[in-house]
Design a protein around this ligand. Structure first.
Ligand SMILES: [Zn+2]
Length: 177
């Protein structure tokens, strides 16, 4: 009862922004968080063995991170995955990444779209780049409105958004030339 009402509430609230990629109820309550281990080799190749956030080599263990935090949008869409040092990942935690990271993320997803989509298909990951971009727009919009600070890096203070996130995400709509 409560689950149904809550799903409906979330769905109505987010429909304008998020559409209906999936049945919200099933991923809010029915589906457990999936193991992301299978995506690691693909992301490691894609990022040439470097951490998405600090761009230093990953020498041992690596974490698959949700760029837009799982707590904010709990659906595993392929373009949202990045590989990071466990230290960078745990420092970022449930925070949104700073605009410099957003620029790197949109650039990767835009310029390497074919390669990414082929990889996601092979890994059988749901993907929808325009939708992922829309979700990012929604998440950064919410943070901006609430004056929530964003994560820059481990051992670096949080900072405020400058507003450039809009431009970054709008540019991500342009086709690659
Ligand atoms: Zn790192």
């Amino acid at each position: 009862m409560i689950e149904g009402a809550w799903s409906q509430f979330v769905q109505q609230r987010n429909r304008k922004h998020l559409g209906q990629v999936v049945d919200l109820r099933s991923f809010l309550f029915g589906s457990r968080r999936k193991s992301l281990d299978a995506y690691r080799p693909f992301l490691r190749d894609l990022q040439e063995g470097r951490c998405f956030y600090c761009e230093r080599d990953i020498k041992s263990r690596a974490d698959v991170d949700h760029f837009i935090p799982w707590r904010q949008y709990s659906l595993d869409l392929g373009h949202n995955f990045v590989l990071a040092h466990p230290g960078c990942n745990s420092s970022k935690s449930d925070l949104l990444a700073a605009e410099e990271h957003l620029a790197r993320w949109t650039n990767r997803n835009r310029t390497r779209r074919d390669e990414l989509e082929e990889g996601f298909d092979q890994l059988r990951v749901l993907h929808d780049w325009p939708k992922s971009r829309q979700i990012a727009h929604w998440a950064y919009g919410q943070a901006d409105e609430a004056d929530r600070q964003v994560w820059v890096g481990a051992r670096v203070d949080l900072i405020s958004l400058s507003g450039s996130w809009r431009k970054i995400l709008d540019a991500a709509c342009q086709p690659v030339t």
